[in-house]
Design a protein around this ligand. Structure first.
Ligand code: PLP
Length: 356
């Protein structure tokens, strides 16, 4: 006997990366948070909030966020829909477009939540493996004919990116919606915004969780043609963006100088960390995100993750067939990297009889 739909009983729940208790002394390189604090201007807005504002319901469409995105990104606010993190928008997209007989399609390995959300709606899932070099298998994605096709770009956990031109070929071939999940785009060389001028079926998703140091605030947004956003809005919670995220997030979005500075630091440290890991014999994939996909010598990723955790350093290991030999390591501060490299040197130096 179950209280739930059979599809839910057999669904594997999404398992987020470990979140230690606040104040725990760990080096946290497992969930791609920003190592730097949010914009001081956003923090000032948080401290100045009038509690009376919380007595009333917030704006149903987070108008302040739409205006801020409009200004920063250079689109009309009617092309913007805000969400309780971009996960909220992913949920809305899957609810609004899929179901039995209406497939969700994406290249793998990628963000595991796509599979979970499809399972909840009992939608068929077509997983198309990336090419070995993580280039996008456009023809096979088109052939899968999804009601909804997701491409995380830059992709997680590979960190690799697909050009706007290639994504345009995909959008052109698809009958359903193409969602370009740009959670990490601030760290990349190119975005897909220009596709919106040509393709009505493209939705761009962004979040303040990684680039703006505000994963705890919960704010993300979609950019798409207003007719697409209208359909999506039918399945959204009436008040899906709280007053606090709307106020604080808008201030963070508008402080573009601060974001540019922290992003630049992370990109610089990404290059330094890549070199340091390579000098330990690790294979590191070229990354356009704020993390690295790393194969330790010998491919002994599970053991290395375990031993790092014993030293209070958290990195991400995925219990997935295609990812057994790799770790995903968030770019942190240079102090985080010194600790990581010291620990890895000790761990790899003590490897019992493995070969590269
Ligand atoms: C982190 C992440 C998200 C979720 O972002 P939130 O705004 O925190 O919900 C979405 N997509 C990808 C690929 C991510 O890595």
């Amino acid at each position: 006997m179950s209280f739930f739909r059979p599809a839910l009983d057999s669904l594997r729940a999404y398992v987020p990366g470990r979140q230690p208790d606040p104040g725990a002394r760990v080096i946290k390189l497992n969930t791609n948070e920003n190592p730097y604090p949010p914009s001081p201007k956003a923090v000032a807005v948080l401290h100045g909030l009038d509690a009376d504002e919380l007595r009333r319901y917030p704006r149903p469409f987070g108008d302040e966020v739409r205006d801020a995105v409009g200004r920063v990104v250079g689109v009309d606010p009617t092309w913007v829909l805000a969400g309780n993190g971009s996960d909220d928008l992913l949920t809305m997209l899957v609810r609004a477009t899929t179901g039995p007989g209406r497939a969700v399609v994406y290249p793998t390995p990628t963000y595991v939540l796509y599979r979970t959300l499809a399972g909840i709606e009992e939608a068929p899932v077509v997983e198309v493996p990336f090419n070995p070099d993580f280039s996008l298998p456009v023809d096979r994605l088109v052939a899968a004919d999804g009601a909804l096709t997701f491409v995380a770009n830059p992709n997680s956990p590979s960190g690799t990116a697909t050009s706007r031109e290639r994504l345009g070929e995909l959008a052109d071939g698809l009958r359903g919606l193409l969602v370009v999940d740009e959670a990490y785009v601030a760290f990349a060389e190119e975005d897909a915004l220009g596709l919106l001028d040509t393709y009505r079926n493209v939705v761009i998703l962004r979040t303040l969780s990684k680039s703006h140091g505000l994963a705890g605030l919960r704010l993300g947004y979609a950019i798409a043609h207003p007719s697409v956003l209208e359909g999506l809005s039918k399945v959204k919670d009436s008040y899906n963006v709280g007053a606090v995220p709307a106020r604080v997030g808008s201030a963070a979005l508008l402080d573009t100088q601060y974001t540019a500075r922290t992003v630049e630091r992370i990109r610089r440290d990404r290059a330094l960390l890549t070199t340091a890991l390579e000098s330990l014999g690790c294979r590191v994939w070229p990354s356009q995100a704020n993390f690295l996909l790393v194969r330790p010598p010998g491919g002994d990723a599970a053991r290395v993750q375990d031993e790092l955790e014993q030293r209070q350093i958290l990195v991400r290991y995925f219990d997935e067939p295609a990812l057994t030999e790799v770790l995903r390591i968030t770019v942190g501060t240079s102090a985080d990297h010194r600790a990581l490299i010291d620990a890895l040197r000790a761990i790899l130096g003590s490897t019992p009889g493995t070969s590269p």
